[in-house]
Write a protein that binds this ligand. Structure first.
Ligand code: FAD
Length: 277
């Protein structure tokens, strides 16, 4: 449980961090909250030669009203999201999903950018951001930015569309006030990771269903979404919630149990979202 030796550099700006990434190639890793990277390093599943600490870049820690969307700095912590009044009013699904991440210590350190860049299919916020159709902003060499629709961000198991020398700097979330929503997380112990989770917005002409732990990436329940758009009943739509997914079997659940959970949780989520509109 002791990581391999590494060099530590504290970045004094995002530009500095990105320049360090560019200079070191695949040797360097950003350190944000450290709650995913450090466990990986202790297990020697990640062996970066250089850690670029961005955890204190307070200018990337914000939740702002940006007209039709809420802009969130990549270093905003889960706890910030959980208690933010603008988010509670405009994107309550995200605030609520953040309150389900781990325990208070984890929420006070972990960041929205870290959880996205880590791209763990068992994470809660990626599913919520998929349901909400968020756009991610990546900044690269020379300050060049590009917008990545979240549907194109998760490219494989723990893999994202970020280039080695890019930093995730902002998350843009379309406002969803007045849209029904629900977050359902099934775990065996309070504050544990989800065995399966569902993040859902439905109503006011919008439908988005994100699934936690139903494949090698965070993904959307596209079959259920299209059934709803074609006027299917909630029961029929929930009945196809696992279509197109590839859940794994592990000590917590078999593949079939996860599929069953996805169908049950989507049904519950649709009912709860309906009661909220
Ligand atoms: C005990 C425990 C329980 C947990 N339970 C849950 C849970 O129930 N649900 C859940 O969703 N999560 C859970 N987590 C994960 C937690 O939310 C992490 O904080 C989060 O996944 C990673 O965020 P971080 O800021 O700590 O990232 P870090 O660990 O610092 O970084 C993770 C990865 O992202 C990269 N990175 C970080 N920031 C950026 C950026 N801005 N741009 C580009 N790359 C970046 C790093 O280089 C690294 O590869 C748990 C963690 C622990 C330790």
């Amino acid at each position: 449980m002791i990581p391999a030796a590494f060099e530590y550099v504290r970045a004094d700006s995002a530009d500095h961090a990105i320049a360090l990434l560019g200079g070191h190639g695949d040797e360097a890793k950003l350190l944000a909250g450290g709650h995913s990277l450090l466990p990986m390093m202790k297990l020697r599943l990640a062996v970066p030669g250089v850690l670029v600490d961005v955890g204190r870049l307070s200018d990337l820690r914000y939740v702002r009203d940006a007209g039709d969307h809420v802009a969130i700095g990549a270093l905003t912590r889960h706890r910030d999201l959980e208690v933010d009044p603008l988010l509670a009013a405009e994107v309550p699904l995200l605030a609520h999903a953040a309150s389900h991440v781990g325990d208070p210590q984890v929420r006070h350190r972990g960041t929205i950018g870290g959880t996205l860049a880590h791209s763990d299919p068992a994470s809660d916020l990626p599913a919520a951001l998929l349901a909400l159709d968020a756009t991610l902003v990546a900044t690269g060499a020379g300050g060049a930015t590009r917008e990545i629709p979240i549907g194109e961000f998760f490219t494989g198991y723990f893999e994202s569309a970020l280039a080695e020398d890019e930093m995730l700097t902002e998350v843009r979330v379309p406002k969803a006030a007045g849209v029904g929503w629900s977050f359902q997380k099934f775990n065996r112990r309070a504050q544990d990771w989800a065995i399966v989770g569902v993040a859902l917005v439905h109503g006011a002409g919008r439908t988005g269903i994100g699934l936690v732990n139903m494949g090698s990436t965070p993904l959307r329940a596209t079959a259920a979404e299209s059934a709803l758009s074609q006027g299917a009943s909630l029961t029929d739509a929930a009945g196809v919630a696992d279509e197109g997914t590839e859940p794994t079997a592990d000590l917590n659940a078999s593949e079939e149990y996860r599929r069953h959970l996805a169908r049950v949780l989507v049904r519950r989520a649709l009912e709860e979202a309906g009661a909220r509109t």
